[in-house]
Design a binder for this molecule. Structure first.
Ligand SMILES: Nc1ncnc2c1ncn2[C@@H]1O[C@H](COP(=O)(O)OP(=O)(O)OP(=O)(O)O)[C@@H](O)[C@H]1O
Ligand SMILES: [Mg+2]
Length: 287
């Protein structure tokens, strides 16, 4: 059974007004336990709208979302259960942070779950450390922090619930290269350590190739492509038609092939490319 299933989801904003906008036009997709899934697509394609349906923040006009096989909208209890198990970190941390200190903000989720005080304390400290912030931050106001720090606090607030499905909407946006790499590591590490599912949105095709098991491409409120990195990225022309590019290293590989260098399979990450090139040079006696 899939951990989360989306069945023919239809959703429009500003219904019944001249600004009515169909944001999801019949989306069906399954998320399996233990997968890292990247959601990509050009701006306005419906990524954030889809994510907000996954933990019941938005209610579909029609269609359904199932968590562990049960409709999240069946009762107050199922919706509550979903909120505690499907943790969504918003695209803009300002939408998520609200309390006067980092400690209180991160404690909000576990406190709501009714956990004992010592467990809440442990989870707050562990998750703040996990996102790379020292204990000095606990008593600071989240609103006095830099953009990158706010994002980390917002992520800690979701991690403190230890969600079975961790959802991150553009978690690397606005981070410097070190912050970005740490975040990609965190995604991998959370998935490895807990065996839980991670779903994240990214505009960076290189980052997606580094960490995702599965890629979903959205276009105009629909799923346009779905598959492994290999399956999706090998369709460069289709991606270009959807306003997306293959990673830079992949373009280099394609150019090398066009120039007559047979490097075997196309590579999507710099590390993979390095290995292929070394192998090619060794086999040709050039190394
Ligand atoms: N609160 C809102 N009110 C009205 N329309 C909205 C609202 N939020 C999103 N939309 C519209 O719904 C469509 C899907 O938006 P959504 O934010 O889900 O896209 P996205 O893929 O997350 O884009 P981005 O990459 O820019 O974050 C867009 O046309 C957008 O303008
Ligand atoms: Mg968005």
């Amino acid at each position: 059974m899939s951990v989360l299933s989306v069945k023919n989801l239809i959703y429009g904003y500003s219904k019944g007004t001249p600004f009515e906008k169909g944001a999801l036009k019949g989306v069906s997709v399954d998320f399996e336990k233990g997968e890292i899934v990247a959601l990509i697509g050009h701006t306005g394609s419906g990524k954030s709208t889809l994510l907000q349906h996954l933990n019941g923040l938005l209610k579909p006009d029609s269609g359904d979302v199932l968590f562990e096989g049960e409709s999240i909208h069946k009762s107050k209890q199922t919706l509550r259960n979903c909120r505690f198990n499907v943790g969504l970190c918003f695209q803009y941390p300002e939408q998520q942070l609200f309390d006067s200190t980092v400690y209180k903000d991160v404690a909000f989720g576990p406190a709501n779950m009714g956990l004992p005080a010592e467990e809440i304390d442990k989870r707050v400290k562990d998750s703040v450390a996990y996102v790379g912030l020292s204990e000095d931050y606990l008593e600071k106001s989240p609103f006095d922090l830099s953009g990158g720090e706010k994002r980390r606090v917002a992520i800690a607030g979701v991690l403190s619930m230890e969600p079975k499905v961790l959802i991150l909407d553009e978690p690397t946006a606005g981070l410097d290269p070190v912050g970005k790499n740490n975040l990609l590591k965190l995604i991998k590490d959370y998935n490895n350590k807990t065996g839980n599912t991670v779903i994240f949105v990214s505009h960076n095709m290189d980052d997606v190739a580094l960490v995702a098991d599965k890629v979903i491409v959205m276009n105009d409120g629909e799923i346009a492509m779905e598959g492994t990195v290999e399956e999706v990225y090998s369709q460069g022309e289709k991606l270009a038609g959807l306003g997306l590019d293959v990673p830079e290293i992949t373009s280099v590989f394609i150019e090398l092939k066009n120039a007559g260098f047979d490097l075997g399979k196309t590579e999507y990450t710099v590390d993979g490319a390095k290995e292929s090139i070394i192998k090619f040079l060794s086999e040709g006696g050039l190394l």
